[in-house]
Design a protein around this ligand. Structure first.
Ligand code: ADP
Ligand code: MG
Length: 697
């Protein structure tokens, strides 16, 4: 069914096939509906006039009413310019043009009154505006105009003479046509409770605000609506899942009890106990679990994962644990092997480098059901990997996996989907989590194991290298180990490797008496493993590495992390790297090395790192600095393509929108009540969007 808002923009006056094609291509605007939702990103304030006397150079744009006293062409060649002498009752100023001089010269009539608009600049005692917009003073503009919309456009559109003015003329036309067809999309009760203006008024005022106040209300209304529908959709998916997706019931806790009594290596933190309870409740509920487990680096997620596996295994099911890198998979394997052996639970490691014969053995043991726990990389997703009864899939460090990959793991048991636990050390700010994982249940480990000393973070300039080296030497002499991380800087792998090798050489030169390990992504798995082992056993004291060590690697004796060119890392990544130390009982340090020249953003990042160890605070700052798309990587940004709301800034509004959505679904899960028909229509009318995948995380 097509309606008015599905009409192609081609049919608007002033558009036509050619411009329509440009707008399709450059801005993905196809229909009236797309166009009306192409919101301005800022406004030129034409509501108010300034007098020349009031001007100062900090004003962004000003509008002035005056008379053109005279004009002249000054200079020659390159420097030729047109100067207009412009005056009002308070003083005089200049209007200057360097380009399109002839055309403007023709239009400007000395003695006539004009409205000029532009950015004032100061030259000695007087002000001037370069390339102002000028319009003759008329009855329609003499009392001040409106807030003029400025639309997001591409360079290409501008070269084809489609500028903000053109677009706003087209928009004006569309709004006239559309005005009486704009449907209300929020129930009256929700509008009232949240002081929201009607949809129609919001759309008219977002494009052509009648006042600052109405503009603010329009923005609020449209943001709310956008967030509300994102949340409603996610919550609806969750409801459907809860109703339709059966999960295996795991209530046999024999192995868990045995592990608690006989083999628990350390007392669990209260936070660990709390999340285990939450997960256990899911596992025995009969509904399929889809849970995100968030916990800062070092908070002890691995053992939580293992304990949940025990519940599944007790009840006769198999478990999979998928990690993003081979190193991390190996580390999980070794770590869990200790516990599994004590409990006599068969487990295996499957990665890209598992030998063929071993692979075959694993495949068979999986199908017979004899193998209970399989740990590995994305190799787990291969077709040949078939379980007899996969009951629990755990995905570690989830943000490194694509969505499609995760869903494959889900489908490894087609009769009953396995329970899914996604573990992440990237603390996702609440606002983002509510959107990215709004349909998942979330558990948080918000406490580090006792006895950990907070890591001390220090920022040093490259000029202090000798001092830093002396510090490293002291630490190594005291029995500690050190990581030195180099960023990936260049586009080319070769150059990056060269950087790392140069770093390795200078470290080796500065510490000729210590053995230094090196680790990077291009090494063969055996070589990596060899270096990791040498470092983990303490044979080497220093490890020079790229960010391959970012996830998972666990060497409790390593207590110093030096990050070279720290300004080149994102905040979350810095925090993640820092998490590699601070795992033992000793005081740990993170030293951020940079050049003295730093951008404003880099300074904020470094200051934040020095100031706090709290992953959630860091994630919030990161979100503000970078915006949500970047934060999560491009593969996930689709879900965050919001038209007007900003997850970095609209947290409280999102919270309210979510609460309203929850209230609505509680009251009327099928949206059957007449007063909710607007919601039902809106949900059904929307095109299927990128949102759908979040279901499978
Ligand atoms: P992450 O959450 O970053 O994956 P890990 O599971 O790797 O953290 O745990 C970090 C370290 O803390 C490991 O050496 C682990 O054995 C240890 N650990 C986990 N839980 C506790 C606890 N309750 N008490 C003491 N140490 C713990
Ligand atoms: Mg981990």
């Amino acid at each position: 069914m097509t309606g008015f808002f599905d009409t192609s923009i081609e049919y608007l006056k002033g558009v036509g096939p050619q411009r329509a094609a440009m707008l399709n291509k450059e801005l993905q605007i196809f229909t009236y509906g797309d166009l009306i939702q192409h919101y301005p990103f800022r406004y030129e304030d034409r509501t108010k006039f300034y007098t020349i006397k009031e001007l100062n150079e900090d004003m962004p744009f000003v509008q002035i009413k005056g008379v053109l006293k005279g004009k002249e062409l000054v200079g020659a060649g390159f420097k030729k310019r047109l100067v207009g002498y412009f005056a009002d009752d308070s003083g005089e100023m200049e209007l200057v043009w360097f380009q399109g001089i002839n055309w403007i010269n023709d239009k400007l009539k000395p003695g006539a009154a004009y409205v000029a608009f532009g950015k004032p600049a100061r030259f000695g005692n007087f002000f001037s505006i370069a390339h102002p917009e000028v319009e003759p003073l008329t009855v329609s503009n003499e009392n001040g105009g409106f807030l003029h919309p400025v639309y997001p456009l591409s360079e290409k559109l501008r070269t084809r003479k489609i500028d903000s003015k053109t677009l706003s003329r087209i928009m004006q036309q569309l709004l006239t046509l559309a005005e009486n067809r704009i449907r209300e999309t929020l129930p009256v009760s929700i509008q009232k409770a949240n002081h929201l203006i009607p949809k129609k008024e919001a759309l008219l005022n977002i494009h052509f605000p009648k006042s600052h106040e109405l503009l603010a209300q329009a923005r609020q209304r449209l943001k709310f609506e956008e967030l509300f529908y994102v949340q409603l959709r996610l919550l609806k998916m969750k409801l459907i899942r809860q109703e339709k997706m059966r999960g295996q019931v795991f209530q046999d806790a024999t192995l868990l009890t045995k592990f608690y009594h006989e083999h628990l290596p350390f007392p669990l933190t209260n936070a660990q106990k709390k999340v285990i309870k939450e997960i256990y409740a899911d596992l025995k509920s009969g509904q399929q679990m889809n849970r995100l487990l968030q916990g800062d680096v070092g908070s002890g997620k691995t053992i939580v994962g293992f304990i949940c596996m025990l519940v599944a295994v007790s009840s006769g099911a198999q478990c999979a644990l998928m990690a993003p890198t081979e190193i991390l998979a190996q580390q999980h394997y070794k770590g869990l092997q200790r516990y599994a052996d004590k409990m006599s639970i068969p487990l295996a490691l499957l990665t890209g480098s598992t030998k063929k014969a071993e692979r075959k053995k694993i495949h068979e043991a999986l199908q017979s059901g004899e193998l209970k726990i399989l740990i590995g990389t994305h190799a787990l997703l291969e077709e040949e990997v078939q379980f007899r009864n996969l009951g629990l899939s755990i995905v570690d460090e989830q943000h490194r996996f694509g969505v499609a990959q995760r869903s494959k793991l889900w489908q490894k048991n087609e009769s009953v989907y396995p329970h899914v636990l996604v573990m992440t050390a990237t603390p996702i700010p609440r606002t983002l989590a509510m959107t990215l994982y709004g349909d998942l249940d979330i558990s948080v480990i918000d406490e580090l194991p006792a006895g950990r000393k907070p890591i001390k973070t220090i920022h040093k300039f490259d000029a202090h290298r000798l001092q830093v080296n002396q510090f490293l030497r002291d630490q190594v002499e005291a029995g500690r180990q050190v990581y030195i991380v180099y960023p990936l800087i260049e586009e080319s792998e070769k150059l990056d490797l060269k950087h790392l090798m140069d770093g390795y050489e200078s470290v080796s030169r500065a510490f000729p008496d210590y053995a230094v390990s090196i680790l990077h992504g291009k090494m063969k798995p055996e070589a990596k493993d060899y270096e990791m082992k040498r470092f983990a056993s303490g044979e080497t004291k220093m490890m020079v590495a790229t960010t391959v060590i970012e996830v998972g690697v666990d060497v409790p004796n390593a207590s110093v992390m030096v990050i070279e060119n720290a300004e080149r890392f994102g905040l979350s990544q810095l925090h993640q790297l820092r998490g590699r130390v601070g795992r033992g009982a000793e005081q740990s340090y993170c030293i951020l090395m940079t050049d003295v020249k730093l951008s404003a953003d880099s300074k904020v990042r470094l200051q934040t790192m020095v100031k706090t160890n709290n992953g959630f605070d860091i994630a919030e700052t990161d979100l503000k600095l970078r915006g949500p798309g970047d934060l999560m990587g491009t593969q996930q940004s689709g879900v965050l393509d919001l038209l007007i709301a900003d997850l970095g800034k609209d947290g409280p509004l999102l919270q309210t929108a979510r609460e309203e959505a929850i209230k609505l679904l509680k009251d009327d899960p099928e949206l059957e009540k007449p007063e909710h028909s607007v919601v039902k229509t809106q949900i059904e009318s929307r095109r299927p969007s990128a949102m759908n995948w979040s279901r499978i995380s």
